[in-house]
Write a protein that binds this ligand. Sequence first.
Ligand code: SAH
Ligand code: SF4
Length: 355
Amino acid sequence: MKKSIYGLTLDQLTHWLVENGQKKFRAAQVWDWLYKKRVTDFADMSNINKECLQLLEENFVIQTLEQAVKQVSEDGTIKFLFKMQDGNLIETVLMTFPYGHSVCVTTQVGCNIGCSFCASGLLKKNRDLDAGEIVGQIMKVQQHLDELGNGERVSHIVVMGIGEPFDNYTNLMNFLRVINDQKGLSIGARHITVSTSGLTPKIREFAEENIQINLAVSLHAPNNELRTRIMKINKAYPIEKLMDAIDYYLETTNRRITFEYILLDDVNDHIAEAEQLAKLLYNKRHLSYVNLIPYNPVDEHGQYQRSKSEAIKSFHDALKKRGINCGVRWEQGTDIDAACGQLRSKQIKKDKVAK
Ligand code: SAH
Ligand code: SF4
């Protein structure tokens, strides 16, 4: 099966064209057709010579994703379900805020990290997405905006859909370089956030990439006993190791970091945990922000419920009082299951029933 040309960075495309006997300047032209004019057929690249077009057609396709479902939530959040060439389904969410259009992308089919509260972890990883399939999600959403005709652009990206991005590192980095490229979509690095469950070797590697992209770490518990209970990855990368890697990231990049903390009723939402969390983060409080996320219940994980609103408020206040920057993220699109992995698992269930 031919791969999507979206998977190549501009450097890689240039290299490939030159290796195949084409002039170097063709790369910039093709790039412009792909990301500025956003054609979906090579034949529409009218200033590219026949031989080059034929070469491209023989080796690549432009888009490999096909829209299977589009659900619009009451608050305007749109959830797309895309079918890949091999039939696997992935999901992508478009959220519109006063500051712009933000897209949440998927990086893997399923996820092997298997956090006990997450719908994505229910479906073991089937495979990684290649870079073209990750970029393809942004292009599909941009195409949707283009069709509305207001000239609006995808301006923000959160890598928080299905999958652990740092478990698909090379493809993730290529994706980030493609969408950030100033000659293409030019989505600002400061508007892009990658979320990881805490793969410490990759946090260190990411620190050395020399790219201004934001990093978010899913912490969800302030001590090893509790964190291991809800995220088994904590056995391999316990909190001390994670904090060492984060300190390295902070020193190397001079950037801030976000900690995500899902609030699970009567599990990790007591004042005792807020106090522990404040202690854990105190020495980096000027460089960190804690995002408190009210849990979105998942049918299959009945043991977890969303924290009560008083508990959320008290937890937030306890952190604030101790000098920790934090806020509560009231998510969008809950009426269409826009939480991590839920649409896909429902669709698969429906398919199974239909068979
Ligand atoms: N694998 C990465 C990125 C994808 S998950 C990671 O775990 O960070 C993105 C965020 O959504 C993570 O913080 C994750 O813990 C959170 N999440 C997963 N399931 C959720 C749910 N049901 N409700 C609220 N947040 C959830
Ligand atoms: Fe994977 Fe993230 Fe879900 Fe954990 S929370 S199972 S790492 S997608």
